[in-house]
Ligand binder design. Structure first.
Ligand code: PHE
Length: 339
């Protein structure tokens, strides 16, 4: 270039010294920006004599073009370098071993409860949860167990006052549901219950799962058919059930339900104490008096109810020999129930 006003060299030196694209941009602005040195030359052109202007303008434009080319080339080089640095920095080693995170597990009682809810909702049952503090009427009297009834001794009750108590059975929920809802009824009622009882298979607090079905023409056969399905899904495909006569004030007839021992297939082992059967729940046809107490006509409707201990099912299913393991929350125990 014939004349560069000393700017070509100056700009080139500064541009080449720029360490990143940001610094380069600043140099570019210093020369080519609105208040830059090259721009200032053009602005100063009006001071010149008119005939000198075209030649001067040509020179400045040539200078500007030369600088623009230079900056563009340098910018491309710096940008590429910066991109490479960024990629190198963000590189992930996909072959690195993962970091170990400790995951929790659902408590076996929760697992069994969820499995039961799953199983019975598949048969059309809806979940209803009643209160843990009940009054005498719902827990006993309405369930055909008046104050002087000997069956009250079957369950050692924690009384809070004369009237209120910690419910001893989720059966109290049967009354609450039937008071509010007219048949057809098909409910499942899980919850905590309390009894003054304490040994390897009994705990003062445990969980029950209650079921109640009320409609026209319900029979004991419906109960057993449903229980067979329950046993197959909960224990094993080949599980069978057996009904034995029993007594509960709120069901008539009442039965105790045994499931064939899944550990020995019914041949007899230590788990089933050689009998081939394991008792899993109480059930029966809802007593007419209970239906009457809730304003349901027993000549039109009938129903069955069942109640099982969730801890008991969990112990059988997972081979747990002491109910205390379920409340101690020892991590070494709980960790065994991961999926
Ligand atoms: N409530 C009874 C108990 O706790 C179980 C049961 C429920 C029996 C429903 C019959 C019908 O032992």
């Amino acid at each position: 270039m014939e004349e560069d006003f000393g700017l070509l060299q100056e700009a080139t030196r500064e541009a080449e010294a720029a360490e990143d694209s940001r610094a380069l941009y600043e140099v570019k602005m210093k020369f080519l920006g609105r208040t830059g040195k090259v721009t200032a030359l053009l602005k100063g052109m009006k001071e010149l004599a008119a005939e000198a202007r075209p030649a001067f303008g040509k020179k400045v434009n040539a200078l500007r073009e030369a600088l623009e080319e230079k900056f563009a080339a340098l910018e491309e080089k710096l940008k590429r370098k910066e991109l490479e640095a960024k990629l190198a920095e963000e590189q992930i080693d996909v072959t690195m071993p993962g970091r170990h995170t400790k995951a929790g597990a659902l408590h076996p009682v929760t697992r069994v409860k969820d499995q039961l809810i799953d199983l019975f909702s598949g048969m059309g049952f809806e979940v209803f949860e009643g209160p843990e503090i009940e009054n005498d009427y719902y827990n006993f009297t309405a369930l055909n167990t008046p104050a002087d009834h000997p069956a009250r001794d079957m369950q050692d009750t924690f009384y809070l006052t004369e009237e209120f108590l910690l419910r001893t059975q989720t059966s109290a929920g049967q009354i609450r549901v039937m008071e509010k809802k007219k048949p057809p009824i098909k409910i499942l009622s899980p919850g905590r219950v309390f009894r003054s009882d304490d040994d390897a298979t009994h705990s003062p607090m445990f969980h029950q799962m209650e079921g109640l079905v009320v409609d026209r023409g319900i029979t004991l056969c419906d109960l057993q058919g449903m229980l067979d399905e329950f046993a197959r899904k909960m224990f094993s495909e080949t599980s069978k059930t057996r009904l034995r006569p029993s007594y509960f004030p709120f069901t008539e007839p009442s039965v105790e339900v045994d499931v064939s021992c899944a550990a020995c297939g019914g041949k007899g082992c230590s788990l089933c104490k050689g009998t081939g059967w394991i008792e899993v729940l109480g059930a029966g046809m809802v007593n007419r008096r209970v239906l009457e107490n809730c304003g349901v006509d027993p000549d039109e409707y009938s129903g069955f109810a069942f109640g099982m201990g969730i801890e008991r099912i969990a112990m059988l299913k997972y081979g747990i020999n002491n109910i205390k393991l379920l409340t101690e929350n020892d991590v070494r125990f709980l960790e065994q129930f991961k999926d």
